[in-house]
Design a protein around this ligand. Structure first.
Ligand code: G6P
Length: 612
């Protein structure tokens, strides 16, 4: 978590870039922020607890100005949310550092540096970087690059850092290990950031650093870059295609609202790969045919919302492609004794592509001998696709709201495409059937758009939810993971306690919770389990529970005392879980609005979780 930025601008003040960039990175953490700039005489720093806006106001009030500077937005790990713990950290008034990641051996380093006479002002792991670089810098007579190179040798863990020195105000040194970092090249100005969204208003020419890289930057560009072996290296400069409009709110009140409404477009864009190229293995990578022919099963590793898309896809992969599929939370998988199977395809799913637990789970699988891996990811050039043999990107566009919406539904599109592709390769999906599936994909954005039209009805339900303290979500079969996703959305952004159960499991415990205060959301489309779900709903009704049923047009539910029904306008068959995700997203969004919570930046959470 945390986001870092930095800039050297020969002809401009860096403060506007730093604060603008940090605002765009706030999704990575938003409990405190700070910037440090060299003002021609000294490094000056402004830090504030709270949102970047507060820090920006303070920086403006102070009239901060400079041609080189660094900035940070924080999601606290080591040390509470206080100003002394906010970055940048400064050592000896000379060296300023911003850091994303975790220095695991910071306690040993702190003891070592205290032994050398350094005093610590914060409880962060980052302060050891500042002092350690300062120490090396003093020893080597003021070579910042060599100082960072020596200091980083002592660190275990993950980091992306940017360092400036007061007596060397034309250069910045950056280093990357395990956390994302890019360099953006402008006209006599050079920027760094954790993510491209921070820089594209300034330049689109981007070079992504690799793990182990250390670089010296000046306004004119990259002066020197070494890779993890210590040898000089070059990183390709690519032109980012990310649209600036996708980073702006436009007419919407929140990014989550915008991203929910963008789903028809995002799904159409993501489905294009299959609509244009058919269900062919090559969509997943050049050697995907070979890989898919070599596998006997699938293991999917993911966290959060991405884990629920994995759970949903198990139903497709086993019913359409008949490939045994196992789904596991990445943070659990990485710490247990696993019976490895080299013929099992490891799939990682991640919006950000940098979730640490998912990344480490992949590395663990690889260390056990799993040779085939596929990443489904929304962020180009991020860590997971880079570590994977195959990749298919979702084309959701930038997702900024912390609660994931369009990333989830686009992941489902890719996973459905994978199931059909594997089914076709195994002779289980005829070309006629494949054409029918393509047609369903083609119709999907339209069906989603129809569901958006239900927003006023869903918003009316949300008013009732806003007053509750708990909610239950029920689903069966492939709609059970959608119930899980609905409960996650509700708790993430409204702070209402919500749980999801497979409806058949209700009687084995959660039914005890049901009374007239417990709203029970049921995802009940007209599929083969509908009658079973109806029976489970009777169990709720009989205990006075209030039912809120999302179903489709032809499933014959009657409204009545304690039973509210919203019908999606079409029954969409195999893609029904994607369509039924929209109502639970809208329900949470409107309940959060009614409760007045911070929809896009819910308390205690961050979008990109690069800590354990
Ligand atoms: C965080 C986000 C969630 C996301 C999860 C996994 O918890 O708040 O929205 O689902 O991380 O993230 P990933 O980027 O790996 O999909």
């Amino acid at each position: 978590m945390c986001g870092i930025v930095g800039a050297i601008r020969a002809n401009h003040n860096v403060v506007d870039f730093l604060t603008d960039g940090l605002k765009r990175l706030e999704y990575r953490g938003y409990d405190s922020s700070g910037i440090a700039v060299f003002d021609g005489e000294k490094i000056k720093r402004v830090r504030r607890v709270g949102r970047v806006q507060l820090m920006e106001d303070a920086a403006k009030e102070k009239g901060l100005f400079g041609h080189i500077g660094i900035g940070h937005t924080r999601w606290a790990t080591h040390g509470g949310v206080t100003e002394p713990n906010a970055h940048p950290h400064i050592s000896g008034g000379l060296i300023a550092v911003v850091h994303n990641g975790i220095i695991e051996n910071f306690e040993d380093e702190r003891t070592r540096l205290q032994g050398l006479g350094y005093e610590f002002e914060s409880q962060t792991d980052t302060e050891v970087i500042a002092h350690s670089v300062k120490h090396e810098y003093s020893l080597n007579g003021g070579n910042l690059f060599e100082a960072v190179k020596s200091a980083t040798k002592n660190f275990h863990g993950a980091y992306a850092i940017a360092v400036i020195a007061q007596d060397n105000p034309d250069e910045m040194v950056v280093a990357r290990m395990g956390c994302p970092l890019l360099i953006a090249l402008g006209d006599n100005e050079t920027f760094i950031a954790s993510d491209v969204s921070a820089v594209i208003a300034f330049t689109r020419n981007i070079a992504y650093l690799e793990d182990g890289d250390i670089a010296v930057l000046r306004a004119g560009g990259i002066e020197k870059l070494i890779d993890k072996t210590g040898n000089p290296a070059q990183r390709k400069v690519k032109v980012s295609e990310l649209s600036l409009a996708s980073l702006e709110l436009g007419p919407y009140s929140h990014f989550m609202q915008k991203e929910i409404h963008e789903q028809p477009r995002a799904i159409a864009d993501t489905a294009e790969v299959f609509l244009d190229g058919g269900f062919e293995p090559e969509n997943f990578g050049k050697n995907a045919r070979e890989v898919f022919n070599d596998i006997d099963s699938i293991k999917i590793l993911a966290c959060g919302t991405s884990y629920y898309s994995a759970l949903t896809s198990k139903y497709w992969l086993e019913s359409i492609a008949k490939v045994p599929t196992d789904v596991e939370i990445a943070s659990e998988y990485r710490y247990r004794d696993v019976i490895a199977n080299p013929k099992q395809l490891i799939i990682t799913i991640s919006q950000s592509g940098e979730t640490l637990d998912t990344m480490e789970a992949l590395k663990y699988a690889q260390s056990l001998g799993h040779k085939h891996s596929l990443s489904i990811c929304n962020v180009m050039e991020s860590a997971l696709p880079r570590e994977s043999e195959l990749v298919l990107y979702t084309r959701a566009g930038a997702e900024i709201g912390v609660a994931s919406t369009k990333a989830f539904t686009t992941q489902l599109v890719v996973l459905f495409g994978l199931a059909v592709t594997l089914g076709k390769m195994r002779g289980l999906v005829s070309s006629g059937q494949a054409r029918a599936y393509l047609e369903e994909l083609r119709q999907l954005p339209g069906s989603i758009q129809h569901v958006m039209n239900l927003e006023p009805q869903i918003a009316a339900w949300a008013q009732k939810f806003a007053k509750k303290t708990s909610a239950l979500f029920l689903g069966r079969g492939i709609h059970y993971p959608i119930a899980l996703e609905g409960a996650l959305k509700l708790k993430e952004i409204t702070y209402i306690h919500a749980e999801a159960y497979p409806a058949g499991e209700l009687k084995h415990g959660p039914l005890a919770l049901v009374d007239e205060n417990m709203p029970v959301v049921v995802i009940a489309p007209n599929d083969s389990l509908l009658d079973k779900v109806k029976a489970n709903m009777q169990e709720v009704g009989a205990r006075g529970g209030e039912l809120f049923v999302f179903t489709d047009l032809d499933s014959h539910f009657n409204e009545g005392e304690g039973v509210h029904v919203i019908r999606t306008p079409r029954h969409v068959g195999v893609l029904s879980p994607i369509v039924h995700t929209i109502p639970v997203q809208l329900l949470s969004y409107h309940a959060a609005l009614a409760r007045g919570t911070d929809v896009d930046k819910p308390r205690n959470l961050a979008k990109s979780v690069t800590v354990e």
